[in-house]
Design a protein around this ligand. Structure first.
Ligand SMILES: NC(=O)c1ccc[n+]([C@@H]2O[C@H](COP(=O)([O-])OP(=O)(O)OC[C@H]3O[C@@H](n4cnc5c(N)ncnc54)[C@H](OP(=O)(O)O)[C@@H]3O)[C@@H](O)[C@H]2O)c1
Length: 239
């Protein structure tokens, strides 16, 4: 049985990864900040007959990562999905009303965004790299976005989100170089514009289609063993 570890698995895209992997017969270590409030995930775990295990993980907290690492022990991880992310101060611009502009944003918001979207995935990947390298599939997936790509930015705004995900991209590039000799393949995804709390109601892709697309790519036996930035339909994101 293959094992996946997912961050931010209590809602949105992360929860859908847990659902579909469990349905496909995977053991799923589904992590979230507050298991006691993760009703949908706990329901999935209860119905899964111990295939889905819920664990606490705040990806922004090194102690939390350490505690999860100890709880998982030496178990091999076939697929690590670094999914947890935030988008704060979305519409803020340098123009606009004083106090509501991007340059007025508290440093803590910037740091929270970078910590969640870039530093957290790096720390989680580092903590589990040995266990991914020891697995059969040796896969790491990172939820990025086409909004991180300068050439695709036609609308501006989202300063924090775009910048932090661009930082994630270069971190994943580094990880891929460091981990390639150990047979680990890193994939960055643009999941589409997905109907979740972050994507909103008007988004055009369902979590089901987004995740089934990404899993189809990840679990394809012909997946090249090299870093790629792909959308959920397998199109290359030029970055
Ligand atoms: N939806 C889209 O259209 C879209 C497009 C491009 C990329 N993405 C990326 O896809 C990923 C998932 O997005 P989504 O749409 O599913 O977002 P979402 O519905 O807002 O869910 C975000 C998830 O991340 C978790 N999270 C945030 N900070 C965390 C932390 N410090 N530790 C652990 N978990 C944390 C949240 O947990 P809590 O419930 O505890 O807050 C939640 O489970 C994100 O990385 C996002 O940037 C989404």
């Amino acid at each position: 049985m293959s094992t996946a570890l997912i961050t931010g698995a209590n809602r949105g895209i992360g929860l859908e990864f847990a659902r579909q992997l469990a349905r496909a017969g995977w053991r799923v270590l589904a992590t979230c900040r507050n298991p006691e409030r993760a009703d949908a995930l706990r329901r999935l775990a209860a119905e899964s007959g111990q295939v889905v295990e819920v664990h606490t993980l705040d990806t922004g907290d090194p102690q939390s990562i350490g505690a999860l690492s100890a709880a998982v022990g030496g178990e091999a991880i076939d697929l690590l999905v670094c999914n947890a992310g935030v988008s704060l101060m979305k519409p803020a611009l340098i123009t606009g009303r004083e106090g509501q502009r991007i340059q007025d944003a508290d440093d803590a918001l910037w740091f929270e965004t970078y910590r969640t979207n870039a530093i957290g995935p790096l720390r989680v990947a580092a903590a589990f790299a040995d266990r991914v390298a020891a697995s059969e599939r040796r896969l790491m997936a990172f939820l990025s976005t086409h909004m991180s790509v300068a050439g695709q930015n036609r609308s501006g705004a989202y300063y924090m989100y775009r910048a932090s995900k661009a930082a994630l991209n270069i971190i994943v590039k580094n990880l891929s170089i460091e981990l390639a000799p150990r047979g680990v393949t890193c994939i960055m995804f643009h999941p589409g514009w997905v109907r979740t709390d972050m994507g909103g109601r008007n988004a055009d892709v369902s979590p089901e289609n987004s995740v089934s697309g990404m899993l189809g790519i990840l679990l394809d036996a012909k997946l090249p063993k090299k870093l790629q930035f792909l959308d959920y339909q397998g199109e290359i994101v030029p970055w």
